[in-house]
Design a protein around this ligand. Structure first.
Ligand SMILES: Nc1ncnc2c1ncn2[C@@H]1O[C@H](COP(=O)(O)OP(=O)(O)OP(=O)(O)O)[C@@H](O)[C@H]1O
Ligand SMILES: [Mg+2]
Length: 233
């Protein structure tokens, strides 16, 4: 089953800049794909299109069973339940605790209180930061904050997780922990697309790599598992 499909997608911003030119891409259910490319190549723009935060200037986009371009406004919340996003700038609210930040997604989705509390605890345990739930974002390390943002993306059990540069500000060991966590989530069936600049990780993981440059796909390859991968942390 295809989880994400972009058909000849173009995105031109009001400024006249083309962020994406004629992109076609398919991601199957259960895949874990790295989206790479220099800064400004269009990675975040693709994610914003997939959650209907932006509309394309041309082309069609399908996510799960949603036709993104035709999706009525009122159905956007249902789409956002199915697509969890770990934003490049995290977007955690500084005046709320980690627990409050995560349960907020459940509240917006109208999940009953008791179930929302359970789901929030479950997500925090899954990413390994339940002991930090009463802390505020400023009291957490970069790796812990990244885990909190992943917990928020997972709390509504999405079909797809889009992780935008989730290892951006982390040291290599912590970056591996985050990638291994995403990999575990993927093994339980969630489709994952991760935008990254981390070549060390991209080269060591036996995963599909989609490369963007100036808004075009310049590479799409699936790596086979190699023997050297046993060195992987
Ligand atoms: N709201 C906007 N208005 C005008 N131009 C924009 C807007 N958002 C993005 N762009 C432009 O679109 C291009 C793609 O940006 P995008 O954020 O998708 O890149 P990226 O690959 O995520 O980069 P990075 O690796 O730095 O996160 C860039 O040239 C950027 O300047
Ligand atoms: Mg980006």
């Amino acid at each position: 089953m295809t989880m994400i499909r972009l058909d000849k997608v173009t995105k031109k911003f009001g400024t006249g800049a083309f962020a994406l030119s004629d992109i076609s891409l398919k991601v199957e259910k259960g895949e874990f794909v790295f989206l790479i490319g220099p800064t400004g190549s269009g990675k975040t723009t693709i994610f914003r299109l997939l959650i209907r935060d932006l509309l394309p200037t041309g082309g069609n986009i399908f996510v799960s069973d949603f036709d993104i371009v035709k999706l009525p406004h009122g159905k956007i919340p249902i789409l956002r339940k199915k697509v969890g996003v770990v934003f490049q700038d995290l977007k955690l609210l500084t005046d709320r605790t980690i627990f409050e930040n995560i349960i907020l997604s459940c509240e917006i989705a109208n999940i009953p209180k008791k179930e929302a509390i359970e789901k929030t605890h479950e997500a925090l345990k899954r990413v390994g930061i339940i002991e930090h739930k009463e802390k505020f974002p400023v009291q957490l390390s970069g790796g812990e904050l990244q885990r909190a943002a992943i917990a928020r993306a997972l709390v509504l059990s999405p079909e797809v997780v889009l992780a935008d540069e989730p290892t951006g500000n982390l040291d290599l060991a912590t970056s591996w922990e985050i990638v291994n966590l995403l990999s575990e989530i993927n093994k339980k069936g969630t489709t994952i697309v991760m935008a990254t600049h981390n070549t060390e990780i991209v080269n060591k993981m036996p995963l599909r790599i989609v490369g963007l440059d100036k808004g075009r796909i310049v590479r799409d390859e699936k790596k086979e598992e190699k023997k050297e991968d046993k060195n992987k942390k």
